[in-house]
Design a protein around this ligand. Structure first.
Ligand code: FAD
Length: 522
């Protein structure tokens, strides 16, 4: 007999399989020796009340063993080695990777072109940023196999309402080595220690099926045939022909410059800008789990999410990393940018999140309204100011949270997870006032809603600018191709159509589907 149950239990039962088995036996009134297996299908923490509860959907196998795991549904990728149908995918972030896999499913050979190195070699360059302060412009937290997703936090939740599509993406991650927990948890998370292996496995699927992957090749021109893209040219002089999925992410500023130069229509787009806020994790655990003892033995490091409106603009937490670290996310010279990530165990002593203010193109003074790259130029300028404030290094400027709110210098700073190091800086003074003032007001609002959150034990670290794309590459909403240029499929976060790993992956699949139906199903 197989029974499905929805239960609401304390963490001691939810996170300990022996305790859970006992609980299920009591619920179903069966003897322990008849219960062959219990599998958790869904899990979510409810920390709204004083006593934290966990909602579970489980399946219990009584007097019979499961024939196969009820979790996961692997896709059978067939060979495209000998097919003549092909498409170019520029960029190997989640958008490009999932586009390539979808092309294979449709019987089309993907030719993937990536400016950076494979995910393992890339880790050496990423470590060097913290050690030497030097940033390789083709191999960093944004560029290289896996894109910004490879050394990201690996949170896989999204605001996308397309449940089927989200489940499909999680399933493909699981098929390539991510834990089955991502199929179960309401807030699935892979972790930056596990992501590179999953990405490597995806590359191996592409290669095994006969797709091509070209590393260390930077696309620097679209090859045009009238109004149609016929292929791409790379900085080393090589060329590739075919329709193009352009999934180069939001940090490829040279790609936006290239599109502008080649008269491909692009538009300025709003972003969000602010700081990374870092608290001791145990403080966040105490606040979110309403307990002086913190998270205790069973619960995971606590998360938070804040949002408010200040003077007509959204102020909100972004990419919260419980038990995580703040990382140097610059992708070139003369930039200081911070971001956050956490390993699968989420076991560092710190909690961090981006705390950002919505910035619209019309908020920017001193930039030509005719320049489609004006938001990007603002981003660049701010990152450069931040770099200079840090003495032209990656040692980020930081300020204690209440000092930032009250506009005074911090005499000293607590320990931080940020590996290149932090130094005291008057972020309250040098952040543009339309951002800094709103952040300060926002912090007061968040401090009122969560007692203890506004504290000088927390620090703000500058500056967080890479929240989304400063440019949109407009495309037809049904055909997914560029509104003017044929054969060009702007894809993922860099095109302005995704904001995170899962939404970029979904967008990659949609672009691949659209390309296949336009080129190969007529
Ligand atoms: C530190 C960090 C933590 C993050 N944490 C999370 C998280 O927990 N959850 C989440 O959902 N999102 C997170 N993100 C954001 C997430 O990684 C991105 O939203 C996602 O990777 C976007 O996917 P994409 O494929 O559109 O672009 P990208 O991942 O940016 O990939 C673009 C790719 O294109 C390549 N490329 C660029 N220019 C060229 C060129 N000219 N020629 C060839 N190749 C080129 C780049 O090298 C890169 O590999 C994080 C990002 C960072 C940096």
């Amino acid at each position: 007999m197989v029974s499905e149950l929805q239960i609401r239990v304390v963490p001691r039962i939810a996170y300990d399989m022996d305790n859970l088995r006992d609980y299920v036996c009591t619920e179903l009134n069966v003897a322990a020796n008849r219960l062959e297996d219990v599998v958790i299908l869904k899990r979510s923490i409810d920390a709204r009340q004083r006593i934290v509860m966990v909602n579970l959907k489980v399946v219990a196998y009584i007097d019979e063993k499961p024939e196969s795991s009820p979790l996961g549904n692997p896709i059978d990728y067939k060979s495209v080695l000998d097919v003549s149908r092909k498409a170019i995918v520029v960029g190997m972030g989640p958008g490009g990777l999932f586009a390539a896999l979808k092309l294979i499913e449709a019987g089309v050979k993907p030719i993937v072109i990536e400016r950076g190195k494979d995910v393992e070699s890339r880790s050496v360059d990423i470590a060097a940023i913290s050690r030497t302060g030097k940033v390789d412009a083709d191999s960093n937290y944004s560029f290289g196999e896996g894109g910004a997703g490879a050394y990201s936090d690996g949170k896989l939740y999204t605001r996308s309402k397309k449940r089927g599509s989200v489940e499909r993406i999680l399933n493909i991650f699981h098929q390539h080595g991510a834990s089955s927990d991502i199929l179960v948890d309401a807030h699935p998370h892979i972790g930056s220690d596990k992501l590179p292996r999953v990405i490597k496995n995806m590359r191996e699927t592409i290669l095994r099926c006969g797709g091509e992957v070209h590393f260390c090749k930077r696309v620097d021109k679209l090859l045009m045939d009238g109004n149609r893209v016929a292929g791409v040219g790379c900085s080393d002089g090589s060329t590739f022909s075919g329709p193009v999925i352009l999934a180069t992410g939001h940090s490829a500023r040279d790609v936006y410059e290239m599109l502008k130069e080649q008269d491909v229509k692009i538009e300025a787009k709003g972003i969000a800008v602010g700081v990374r806020l870092e608290h001791p994790q145990e403080l966040i655990d105490r606040i979110q789990y309403h307990s002086k003892e913190g998270r205790g033995e069973y619960l995971p490091a606590a998360e938070y999410s804040f949002v408010t409106q200040i003077d007509g603009r959204g102020v909100y937490s972004f990419c919260m990393c419980p038990g995580g670290v703040v990382v140097p996310a610059a992708s070139g010279d003369n930039q200081l940018v911070v971001n956050g990530m956490s390993s699968s165990g989420r076991n560092s002593k710190w909690a961090n999140s981006g705390m950002v203010v919505e910035v619209r193109p019309e908020d920017l003074k001193g930039y030509s309204p005719d320049d489609e790259l004006r938001v990007m130029r603002f981003q660049q300028e701010l990152e450069s100011i931040c770099f200079k404030q840090a003495g032209s290094s990656q040692r980020a400027g930081a300020q204690r949270m209440i000092d930032f709110v009250e506009g005074r210098a911090s005499r000293d700073l607590p320990l931080s997870s940020y590996a290149p190091g932090i130094q005291p800086s008057r972020l309250d003074k040098w952040l543009p006032s339309f951002i800094g003032n709103r952040l300060r007001k926002g912090f007061k609002v968040f401090g009122h809603s969560a007692n203890g959150f506004l504290t000088n034990d927390a620090i703000v670290i500058g500056v967080e600018t890479r929240t989304s794309s400063p440019v949109r590459i407009p495309r037809d909403s049904v055909e997914m191709r560029h509104v003017v240029v044929e054969g060009l499929y702007p894809c993922g976060e860099g095109a302005g159509y995704a904001g995170g790993i899962v939404s970029a992956a979904i967008d990659g699949e949609r672009c691949a589907d659209a390309l296949v139906s336009a080129y190969y199903e007529k």
